[in-house]
Write a protein that binds this ligand. Structure first.
Ligand code: ATP
Ligand code: MG
Length: 332
């Protein structure tokens, strides 16, 4: 890293609530990787966020280390960036408590993720699910992040982090940097293959609704073939064609082709041809990630040592912000 010239700080995270999907990759993680050249990057596996919905402890442990390996397999480079596991840096929980006291019940009640997840997990509407965005504000503000690369579903949470930061700075002076969300122009919201009006989510119970980054080629092709579209047999990006629009978006991001080029490529052809092309291209696109992941998982001790290193570096930065916050607030 160059001395003197201060690069912007990029911060983001992913929950170990399942295996990373094509949506997570296109909407967020792909940009984490490209940002490594322009920014000082800090990326984490958000396991504290994951327990806002029920988790089996053994599965959570396994998913957390695998998610860590997977972001490295996607190209997050621990030599360039700080990569760590959220629970290994205690300052996230500590700052989160303080910020809880500077966030208002009313504003938190408007968060759409809380409403969606409350509906989905009606038997476990815990307070952590409600205060999730405050923990996320702590994640961002601890590192004085300038930019937060996320999918569009997280835009509201970055905005609440800005509101909390602004309120806190108004009371105590410039303690927190004001973060800006970075949302990609294409692929900010990849839709479910089973219901293209809903976002693709790795925690979806319907395994046919998402493509996991580690899936094999046959399974990827089969899921795309089965994906819900329409009966028009016209490959065109138009209102009301949610399923086809979603596949065109995926194909466009993966191949770099524009929608017009794709429309021309599949003119006069049926959805069968189009879906097969999307499936094969996606599978080839993801294959190298899977190879790197398998290699990394072969040496767990090394992975754990990388995570410990990352946590140590992150904690050093986080401590600075947290001690300033404690001082300002009047905590001894
Ligand atoms: P969960 O269902 O457990 O919430 P998720 O798939 O939404 O899982 P998260 O860990 O919550 O994944 O989010 C990780 C990142 O991926 C966030 O930046 C989020 O905005 C982004 N993301 C999630 N789903 C999509 C999607 N369908 N399209 C684009 N980006 C997405
Ligand atoms: Mg999510």
């Amino acid at each position: 890293m160059e001395q003197n010239v201060k690069k912007p700080i990029s911060l983001s995270g992913i929950q170990p609530t399942g295996v990373m999907t094509l949506g997570n990759y296109i909407g967020a993680v792909k940009n984490w990787v490209t940002f490594q050249d322009e920014c000082d990057c800090i990326y984490m596996i958000a396991n504290l966020h994951a327990i806002t919905v029920k988790q089996d402890p053994a599965a959570l442990r396994k998913n957390t280390l695998e998610a860590f390996a997977l972001i490295l397999a996607c190209g997050v480079d621990p030599e360039k960036s700080i990569a760590f596991i959220q629970s290994q840096v205690p300052q996230h929980a500590e700052l989160s408590w303080v910020l809880n006291c500077y966030a208002q019940f009313g504003e938190m009640s408007r968060m759409t993720q809380f409403k969606d997840k409350s509906r989905k997990h009606a038997d476990n509407i815990n307070v952590g699910l409600f205060t999730y965005p405050i923990l996320m504000a702590a994640d961002i503000l601890l590192y004085q992040a300038d930019v937060v690369p996320v999918g569009v579903d997280q835009k509201q949470h970055v905005e609440i982090a800005r509101d909390i930061a602004g309120r806190f700075n108004g009371l105590y002076g410039d303690v927190f940097k004001m973060p800006t969300p970075f949302i990609p122009k294409a692929g900010a919201k990849i839709m479910s293959l089973a219901d293209p009006t809903k976002k693709m989510s790795k925690s979806d119970d319907n395994l046919n609704s998402f493509i996991a980054i580690l899936e094999d080629k046959d399974s990827i092709i089969r899921k795309i073939k089965r994906s819900v579209t329409d009966s028009e047999a016209l490959v065109a990006y138009r209102e009301g064609k949610d399923g086809i629009n979603n596949l065109m978006t995926i194909y466009s991001v993966v191949t770099g082709k524009s929608f017009e080029e794709i429309e021309r490529e599949f003119e006069g052809k049926g959805y069968g041809d189009f879906k097969l092309a999307v499936g094969e291209t996606v599978a080839d696109y993801l294959a190298p990630v899977k190879d790197r992941f398998n290699a990394l998982m072969g040496d767990k001790a090394y992975l754990e040592s990388l995570a410990a290193d990352g946590a140590e570096k992150a904690s050093r930065l986080a401590r600075r912000t947290l001690s300033k916050v404690y001082r300002k607030v009047g905590l001894l």
